[in-house]
Design a protein around this ligand. Structure first.
Ligand code: PGA
Length: 253
């Protein structure tokens, strides 16, 4: 896995009140004792970000938003800007999650604008991409992923791209209990790294963290993370409980 330190990121989606956020973060903090194998990040809902920022103080836990609006400010009722997320104390933001693409119509062009907005606000984007089951079965996996990667990162300099974390999440594996096999994950991560090398430069590609997401659990995390091009996990369901999230963070034990 070269010099890339694994990142275990919890995407809480539309779960957790402020009190539940504090309880979960305190539980993670306690469970982290002695962890050196991985960086750890949580992405609570917007309403709990400020409280979460307070709760992670004194720990190494990183904090992310789950989405942002592409404009820095304006008449966009109900939306949240990168600057507002940064202002809570968050340092990262998830962009282009398949649920955003599927339920909120986010296209590669919009994802591209959002990645730009995140960088402009000083946030590190966790840029998600992944194929549907239909696309995989039709043999279109690499074409779809290539289009999403090139579209999402269009117009970036190598310096900007070097800040981005990529997350491969096959849509058919999210919340379904079906995980990609190690071979399927490794094959895609290798492909994405190669493409990053072609679009930007080899060194950048070899330093970019590419996370895997989709039904990651304590009992499959070690195998997935043993793949040479898998640099961590974006975890949904299993990040909502202390035991399962800590079990993934301690994948090396
Ligand atoms: P899951 O979700 O772990 O529940 O499959 C992953 C994600 O959507 O990030």
């Amino acid at each position: 896995m070269s010099g890339r330190k694994p990142l275990i990121a919890g995407n809480w989606k539309m779960h957790k009140t402020i009190k539940e956020t504090l309880d979960l973060i305190n539980g993670i903090k306690a469970g982290l004792q002695g962890n050196e194998a991985a960086d750890v990040l949580v992405a609570p809902p917007f309403t709990a970000l400020s409280a979460a920022a307070g709760a992670i103080q004194g720990s190494t836990i990183l904090l992310a938003g789950q989405n942002l609006h592409q404009e820095p400010s304006g008449a966009y009722t109900g939306e949240v800007s990168g600057q507002m997320i940064h202002d809570t104390g968050a340092t990262h933001v998830i962009i282009g999650h398949s649920e955003r693409r599927q339920y909120f119509g986010e296209t590669d062009d919009l994802v591209n604008l959002k990645v730009k907005a995140a960088l402009a606000a000083g946030l590190i984007p966790i840029f998600c991409l992944g194929e549907t089951l239909g696309e995989r079965e039709a043999g279109g996996t690499f074409e779809v992923l290539g289009r999403q990667l090139e579209g999402g990162l269009k117009g970036f300099s190598a310096e900007e791209a070097a800040k981005i974390i990529v997350a491969y999440e096959p849509v058919w594996a999210i919340g379904t209990g079906k995980t990609a096999t190690n071979d399927q994950a490794q094959e895609v991560h290798y492909f994405l790294r190669g493409l990053l090398g072609k679009i930007f430069e080899k060194r950048l590609a070899s330093e970019t963290r590419i996370l895997y997401g989709g039904s990651v659990k304590p009992d499959n995390a070690a195998d997935l993370l043993a793949c040479p091009d898998v640099d961590g996990a974006l975890v949904g369901g299993a990040s909502l409980k202390v035991d399962s999230f800590i079990g993934i963070i301690h994948f090396d034990r």
